[in-house]
Design a protein around this ligand. Structure first.
Ligand code: CNA
Length: 521
């Protein structure tokens, strides 16, 4: 290896000096030749148009992206062979750059080098997807660009952070001001003072009502599905499995259909927050409709995984929809429900694994989480994406309270795994392809599960006390209803809560009585 070259992987990156006697040094020429060779060679490493573009964009980061983009596109689409950008021309461009501005040239070389590696990583990632039979939605260039932008953003955040650290004593101290203590007392103060609370819930808020959750060992549904002889417990809610064998889902639906269940104090607490004007939105994964029944106003409720309130024909062309009464009849009918219009299967509007979330899930996310001043998560393992990623959406100084039997989504293990490419894709879909975001979220969930070999880093999950860097997350361990009663007692809201529950339960009893009479007549 020449002493002027730094061997980094398959490339030899030339180091200074780049030019002698007005010419590019042989090491630089050889480096550039290798890079440019990739544009046309038929080797597995050969670059596509996206690669050329990426190299140029990353190689010349100070140029306007759109200009470069247009220029390169123009070059690539020229039909006349002679008009194509030749190695000689590329060398000339680079030689001139090296002569006129050596530091910029040095930076460009480094960028080309990094760009090549990023491009290779994106290709590897995309070929993994192809192996899994997943559709290819983006080109390596788009992904690389996203990775670059994210890096840039992170850098800017770091800079902002360190400048604000010197302005105020430290970010951590500033952040710790958002809660006086990382315990019940701190949580109580936050609830009392917050004006824009977001609550998130999972099956754990309904277990006390008699509806089993998924994952609690012994009582959870996943431990009690043997009778259906499923390939995996999740298959009962898997759209592909459902299309092939819908019977287990309809059997189970009879058991868990939210007919005779009464909401828990926790459901009524959410309703109480709404009454007090503190609730910005309640996001639930539950399909049991108990939040509706507990009086959480419809406009403040996002049933992220759907509910048994409506049903739809699975035939996309037909797509006939059915109301609550019909859906209930479908669930309790003796036969598999068939669409009266096209005779295809009908499925309650519950989001299965492999399906996108309802459009309502995305509709309010941005504005809600931007203004949120307290996030309360209750009764969820936070294991299902994209729902579990919502906890990262609140601002950095927004307190987050978890009320659960067990600690979940912790930063050092339970958090949503992240990866530079996945992070970049997240950003691209969020900003430029919002209409496809629900699809990406499903896709991502699949990727994270299917690609355990990916270099996962833990993301910004919960950091609870006594961890050193805990500054805003509170974990209140125990049963939701007990913790909620304690919170309401301490805040002087317990009478309000009891009254809300009594009135709600009373209304529900009357409705149930009426329904019973109607069905017996
Ligand atoms: P999960 O994965 O089963 O996790 C439930 C979590 O709640 C666990 O961490 C438990 O430790 C905790 N937990 C259970 N009981 C209590 C309690 N009384 N107090 C405090 N914590 C408790 O369920 P998730 O909701 O996290 O998973 C998402 C799935 C579950 C969604 O797709 C739902 O549709 C699905 N689900 C919903 C229901 C329902 O609508 N009631 C029932 C079963 C499953």
């Amino acid at each position: 290896m020449a002493s002027t070259e730094k061997n980094t992987g398959s490339f030899a990156l030339p180091i200074k000096p780049y030019i002698t006697k007005g010419d590019l040094k042989p090491a630089v020429v050889s480096f550039l030749t290798t890079v440019f060779d990739l544009f046309t060679s038929n080797t597995p490493e050969a670059l596509d148009k996206g690669g050329i573009m990426a190299f140029l964009i990353l190689g010349y980061p100070d140029k306007k992206l759109q200009d470069l983009h247009n220029k390169v596109l123009g070059l690539l689409e020229m039909e006349d062979e002679e008009e194509e950008l030749s190695f000689d021309q590329l060398f000339d461009i680079n030689l001139n750059a090296a002569k006129t501005n050596e530091p910029a040239f040095a930076k460009m070389l480094k960028n080309l080098f990094d760009g090549y590696h990023q491009h290779a990583a994106c290709h590897a990632f995309l070929s993994e997807l192809e192996k899994m039979g997943l559709p290819r939605l983006l080109e390596p260039l788009q992904i690389m660009h996203g990775v670059e932008e994210n890096k840039q953003k992170k850098k800017e955040n770091e800079t902002n952070k360190s400048s604000s650290e010197s302005e105020t004593e430290s970010t951590k101290e500033k952040n710790s001001l958002c809660l006086s203590s990382l315990d019940l007392v701190g949580a109580l103060e936050a609830i009392a003072s917050a004006e824009n609370i977001i609550t998130m819930a999972g099956a754990g808020i309904s277990t006390s009502c008699g509806i089993p959750d998924f994952r609690t060992p012994g009582t959870g549904l996943y431990d009690n599905l043997q009778k259906y002889n499923l390939p995996t417990p999740q298959s009962v809610f898997d759209i592909n499995y459902f299309k092939h064998n819908p019977k287990p889902f309809f059997h189970l639906s009879k058991e868990i259909y939210p007919e005779n269940f009464f909401p828990s104090p926790t459901h009524y607490f959410i309703s109480l927050l709404a009454k007090k004007g503190k609730l910005t939105r309640h996001y639930t994964q539950n399909i049991d409709m108990l939040e509706r029944i507990a009086g959480v106003p419809h406009d403040l409720l996002v049933e992220a995984h759907g509910s048994y309130n409506t049903a739809t024909c699975v035939n996309d062309v037909c797509g006939e929809t059915f109301d609550k009464v019909q859906t209930k009849k479908f669930v309790f009918g003796d036969k598999l429900p068939r669409c009266p219009k096209c005779d295809d299967l009908v499925k309650p509007d519950i989001t299965f694994f492999g399906e996108g979330l309802p459009p309502r899930f995305n509709a309010t996310l941005k504005e809600d989480f931007e203004k949120c001043d307290l996030l309360i998560v209750m009764g969820s393992s936070l294991a299902v994406a994209p729902f579990c990623t919502l906890i990262h959406r609140v601002k950095e100084n927004c307190p987050r309270v978890l009320i659960n039997m067990e600690a979940v989504a912790e930063s050092d293990g339970g958090g949503t795994p992240s990866h530079p490419i996945i992070e970049a894709l997240d950003e691209i879909f969020k900003t430029t392809k919002p209409q496809q975001e629900p699809f990406w979220e499903v896709y991502k969930e699949f990727l994270v599960r299917a690609m355990p070999s990916m270099e996962n880093t833990t993301s910004d999950g919960f950091v609870f006390s006594p961890k050193k860097d805990a500054y805003r997350d509170v974990f209140l361990q125990g049963k939701c209803d007990e913790t909620i009663s304690q919170i309401c007692t301490e805040l002087g809201w317990i009478e309000d809560l009891n009254e809300t529950k009594q009135t709600g339960d009373e209304k529900l009893r009357i409705i149930q009585e009426k329904q019973k009479n109607e069905s017996s007549n």
